[in-house]
Design a protein around this ligand. Structure first.
Ligand SMILES: Nc1ncnc2c1ncn2[C@@H]1O[C@H](COP(=O)(O)OP(=O)(O)OP(=O)(O)O)[C@@H](O)[C@H]1O
Length: 266
């Protein structure tokens, strides 16, 4: 795609597992490695990137003619989201084709400026909308985010299967909310279970990219618009994101430029 070297989908089967949090932090970690990075929020019904990247309410992208938008700048990233174009309290009461149309417009009418990586924060699930969205996106690879409990892994498997079916390489699995660390007593507990991310990475012959704890600071920083990678760059969480970023970048270095364009038959 014009202005973009590698498009990477960040996906999960299940909602609420931290996909947007991982997208924002991973984008910032890649940027800290010196890459030019953009974030496209494809979660049309529940966009979170405006808040996570600290874009002020009411800030609107500049337009080029009446056909194209310049992405907003946030913490050195280029970003585009439906949230930049609508009132933040407005629910997206749209049917599938309208959502797909909005996504295509965000994708095709944004003037990305010479990006090494465009991370796409996909909507949760593997339903009709995701498949239709995917038809139009030349994706180089996918990062799967999951939490360790069986019910999330079940859905993560479906996400992996979806990408495999359309020959998009799964770059690896990020296990989020792996371990709860009590900030008062220091006790650690794997409240969502153990080893789940590793198991599906093995099962699908892909790699475990990293494991992040269930932590108050990850939530507070992400939800207040200054994700951990910039709020506490020396923390172990930020170091984990840096390692994930390097693995993602390395796997793209080995890939031959822009990957396959996904297409589905009904
Ligand atoms: N490791 C973590 N520790 C604590 N809170 C977290 C962690 N990861 C994410 N969260 C919090 O969980 C909530 C949901 O995260 P997020 O929006 O990233 O999930 P999602 O998978 O993108 O959700 P959706 O399915 O709605 O798109 C947010 O408030 C976020 O700050």
């Amino acid at each position: 795609m014009e202005g973009v070297k590698h498009m990477i989908a960040v996906a999960s089967g299940k909602g609420g597992v931290g996909k947007s949090t991982v997208t924002a932090n991973l984008a910032l970690a890649l940027s800290a490695e010196g890459y030019r990075v953009g974030v496209l929020d494809a979660d049309i019904y529940g966009p979170s990137q405006a808040q996570m990247l600290g874009v002020k309410e009411g800030e609107r992208p500049q337009t080029e003619g009446d056909q194209a938008f310049y992405p907003l700048k946030a913490h050195g990233l280029q970003a585009m989201s439906i949230a930049f174009l609508i009132d933040h309290k407005e629910p997206m009461v749209w049917r599938g084709p309208m959502v797909v149309g909005a996504f295509q417009q965000l994708l095709n009418q944004t003037l990305w400026d010479n990006l090494d990586f465009l991370l796409i924060d996909m909507p949760p699930g593997t339903g009709d909308i995701q498949l239709t969205l995917s038809q139009k996106v030349p994706v180089s690879g996918a990062v799967i985010v999951t939490t360790p409990q069986d019910i999330a892994l079940l859905d993560a498997r479906k996400g992996i299967e979806m990408f495999r079916k359309v020959n998009v390489p799964v770059l690896g699995v990020v296990e989020n909310m792996s371990l709860y660390h009590c900030e008062n007593c220091g006790h650690e507990a794997p409240i969502f279970g153990e080893g789940g991310g590793e198991r599906i990475a093995e099962e699908y012959d892909t790699q475990m990219l990293g494991r992040l704890p269930l932590s108050l600071s990850i939530r507070e920083f992400a939800d207040s618009g200054r994700p951990s990678v910039i709020a506490e760059p020396d923390s172990s969480v930020s170091q984990t994101f840096a390692r994930i970023a390097r693995q993602v970048a390395d796997s793209m270095d080995q890939a031959p430029g822009e990957g396959p364009s996904i297409s589905f038959s009904e």
